[in-house]
Design a protein around this ligand. Sequence first.
Ligand code: F6P
Length: 344
Amino acid sequence: MTTVGVLTGGGDCPGLNAVIRAVVRTGAKHGFDTIGIRDGWLGLVAGNVEPLTDYSVTGILPKGGTILGTSRTNPFKNEADVQRLRDNIRKFGIDAIVAIGGEDTLGVANKLSKMGIPVVGVPKTIDNDVGATDYTFGFDTAVATVTEAIDRLHTTAESHHRVMVVEVMGRHAGWIATVAGIAGGADEILIPEIPFDLDEVTHHLRARYEKGKKFSIVVVAEGAQPKGVAEAIAQSARTDEFGHVTLGGVGNYLRDELEKRLDMEVRVTVLGHIQRGGSPTAHDRVLATRFGVAAVDLVRDKDFGKMVALRGDDIVAVSLEEAVANLKTVDMDLYKLATIFYGG
Ligand code: F6P
């Protein structure tokens, strides 16, 4: 009997439960047992696992979050943890691990795979920045949430003749800002890939005002930085086990700077974790389900060290090495399309 261990690591996102369900149900079809590993890599280090049956995954398809819990644990921070993790794999008779995560979780998966541990990766993140896949699940849901928020902010912005700054997630890549910004008709989109020039932003917003459009929507990704500033604005200097600070504050920074430059009221909305919560869209449920099924197929074929990925409309397998080599930043053609609407 093959035993598959499944875990979810890093920031949660809508669609994780759909993958877990697909892993359990497809595994059962292949005659596999599935063990749920609690709280990401932490569960393997601490030996915190539970059997997952068809019954345990009933009804979880539309649920946000992850029934397994998650953490940002990096077992490679401590040599003893790697040994504990290996011991627990043996102790629980785990023959293969399906690791559902973003850059950090998959980075650990890649290192473990190189040590000979049978791992398959599934890419998730609302940020949509995992390399080697066109899309991650969770992104579509986050974009829908942000687009709805922009629509709502539009009506109040127009009533009060204000500039509304909307801060969204996007640590290294501004996919959410760009796609939701285009969908919501944003008047300026600021992303981590392109340091912004405050004078240019002011110029666009003033041009709109002078045309008679006395309100504007500015969408800014949390990782966006003003030109000449070395680091993104963080809430505190504390880092997680992968060395990331908690970002946040660029929206307030923009409000202060724009109010100095424009004769307009500026308000900020920080959408934060609202973007990560809630039920996945139909698109994300289907993508997550396809990924989960494909991951178990890789286990069946003993094709380890791979990550399932979306290329065009196809689910393919790419090496974990390729997946973690580079983050996927925003397509500049798409970003340029958004700028056509600036100052209008
Ligand atoms: O999952 C990625 C992400 O959404 C980033 O955009 C953001 O910086 C981070 O998670 C915030 O995570 P948390 O506050 O949950 O640690």
